[in-house]
Design a protein around this ligand. Structure first.
Ligand code: SF4
Length: 598
């Protein structure tokens, strides 16, 4: 590991002062960016996301005078893309928050090792992969801010470790935005994460024991107009989906950076989110919030959460970093909120965000993070965590997702040895008693989720997700084309995913595998349906199905002729504004009528 990178030669030394190689100097300076994807608490860049860090690096390269910036992702390389010729190659990769990925994985160490000999020019590595053994081979190992280090190297300064200034930050996000168009997921389902600020308000006390965010010092806030300028640029390039993410607490955006539990600033949040809403993105989501802030300033927080619920797309989540409901663990690790504060925040977010939006999801729900292995943990800790989650169930509250993981000793070592059996049992108990209940509340049977983007075929099952933050995994028990979007009606729940069928379900046309997936059907009845169809209407179904209850349930969502759909389910048809004033003729009806008579 290069402990003292400042002692190493700067990139510009190579680029500009290499007389013996002057005849080989490139006419133009090309910087190659290899996006191996990052998944850190403060940045998400695993597809469909593109991280703000890689865009900042591109912007820093342009700002420093690069003539060309080449951008390739690890998925493009896996698919055979060439490693670009370059004077400098910057690799960004690593996941400090181990996640489960559906179709795109961050670059593995094996891939990084295999890639290294093919990289051209000076080689830099950043992201948490900089901590790996393979990183030792690189000319520069950057642990803080790769954009700032690259900029310094290219402008004749030493390649040290520093964080970018606010001016650089805003400038680089504009200069580097163009690379989004070269990402394999552009324009859909790409989500561009946009940062609102860096650092944690609790920095003065050192913050939570395991978290590296306080190490960034005093929070540095971007002004609403600077974030809006970046969003506008991305939108003009064709980006359709954004997430205001990375910040430690979105409710604290625009607040006093020197207050550990700051009073929220609804005016700043309003300026930002109303500005974003007016740009007409398909998806606007957010990320983290601090329960202590919400519980301490309920009036201002309520206003902020309402703005977020109103201006963003439904299915939005604010993840609350509870970490532990055990007061001893909270104290020993200087955690940010008590279990009472978490309960207050969960109640308030439910009050404001439970209403369902046009995509079929509640507008805004809380997520809960729980961490095992923190100092002070005992068997009682798991009991207290479970009791809190059960209380949420009993109160009828909704949690969109519960993330349970073991602490990563990134900042320091922890004294507790996690009892793996107890940890596993706790996770199973939460899955079985809480997750399933919550899923049934968040997406009850019969709810139609709009625009589920199909991402993966696995045997006869197709997996898809709506575009956005922590989207629900939906399994459709038959094959659909990957890359297409469908409306899906929920028919069943797993612990962390749901099953659904495409909606409207055309019983006279759908394949056998799809019929089998209908509630109450199965192989035998599906065979009969195939043999007996077409069916003219609900009564006709009894020719193939002898159970009136199953027939009745089917008539809730199957259609016989396309045109029947709008006659049976007018309440499910949303009326776009251009059809206002024509109450009996919705957009969907128009489309379906068109299809029926085509
Ligand atoms: S509140 Fe704790 S977990 Fe959240 S950013 Fe600050 S130190 Fe990290």
């Amino acid at each position: 590991m290069a402990e003292d990178v400042s002692a190493a030669p700067s990139v510009s030394t190579y680029l500009l002062n290499l007389p013996s190689q002057s005849s080989r100097m490139p006419d133009e300076i090309t910087v190659a960016l290899i996006d191996g994807y990052i998944d850190d608490p403060a940045a998400l860049g695993v597809p469909p996301y593109i991280s703000p860090m890689i865009r900042a690096i591109a912007g820093a390269a342009v700002d420093a005078g690069a003539d060309r910036v080449e951008y390739v992702t690890i998925d493009m390389i896996r698919d055979g893309a060439r490693i670009p010729d370059a004077s400098v190659t910057a690799v960004l990769s690593g996941n400090t928050v181990p996640g489960k990925y559906l179709r795109s994985m961050p670059m593995s160490m094996k891939e990084l090792d295999a890639l290294f000999p093919k990289l051209k020019g000076w080689r830099m590595i950043g992201g948490s992969a900089a901590d790996s053994d393979v990183a030792q081979k690189f000319d520069f190992i950057i642990k803080r801010d790769m954009a700032a280090s690259l900029y310094d190297g290219m402008t004749g300064k030493e390649v040290g470790e520093r964080l970018r200034t606010l001016e650089e930050w805003n400038r680089w996000m504009l200069l580097g935005a163009d690379i989004v168009t070269r990402h394999q997921d552009f324009p859909q389902p790409l989500v561009a994460e946009i940062e609102s600020y860096r650092g944690c308000h609790r920095y003065a006390s050192g913050g939570c024991s395991y978290c590296i965010e306080p190490m960034k010092g005093r929070p540095l806030m971007r002004a609403p107009q600077d974030i809006l300028a970046e969003a506008r640029k991305l939108r003009d390039l064709g980006v359709r989906n954004i997430r205001i993410g990375g910040q430690t607490c979105i409710v604290s955006y625009g607040s006093d950076p020197d207050s550990a539990v700051p009073r929220p600033n609804p005016a700043a949040v309003r300026e930002l989110f109303e500005g974003l809403r007016d740009m007409g993105f398909d998806t606007i989501h957010t990320d983290n919030a601090n329960a202590a802030v919400i519980a301490t300033y309920p009036e201002e927080s309520r206003e902020v959460l309402q703005i977020i619920a109103d201006c963003c797309t439904d299915g939005n989540i604010v993840a609350l970093g509870m970490e532990s409901a055990d007061p001893i663990v909270v104290r020993e690790n200087n955690l940010n909120s008590t279990s009472e504060q978490v309960m207050a925040a969960v109640r308030m977010i439910n009050e404001i965000g439970a209403e369902r939006g046009p995509r079929g999801m509640p507008k805004l729900l809380p997520g809960i993070n729980i961490i095992a292995g923190l100092d002070g943990e005992t068997s009682l800790t798991y009991k207290l965590d479970m009791e809190l989650l059960e209380q949420m169930c009993q109160e009828g509250l909704m949690i969109r997702r519960i993330n349970i993981r073991q602490v990563l000793p990134v900042r320091r070592e922890f004294k507790v040895r996690v009892d793996q059996r107890r940890f596993k049992k706790f996770k199973e108990d939460v899955r079985e008693t809480v997750d399933r209940t919550m899923l049934e509340r968040v997406v009850p049977f019969g709810i139609v989720l709009k625009d589920v983007y199909m991402e993966l075929n696995d045997g006869n099952v197709t997996f898809g997700r709506q575009i956005g933050s922590y989207p629900l995994l939906v399994g459709i028990p038959y094959r659909l084309e990957v890359g297409t979007a469908h409306d899906v009606m929920v028919t069943d729940w797993g612990y962390r995913s749901i099953t659904g069928i495409t909606y409207p379900f055309r019983i006279n046309e759908m394949p056998m595998s799809a019929l089998e997936a209908l509630p109450g059907i199965g192989k035998k009845r599906a065979t009969k349906l195939v043999l007996e169809r077409p069916f003219s209407g609900p009564e006709d179904l009894s020719r193939a199905i002898d159970d009136p209850k199953v027939v009745e349930s089917l008539t809730r969502f199957v259609v016989f002729r396309i045109i029947d759909f709008v006659e049976i389910h007018p309440e499910l048809v949303h009326l776009p504004s251009r059809f206002h004033g024509r109450p009996h003729f919705t957009h969907l009806r128009a489309r379906l009528v068109g299809e029926a008579f085509a």
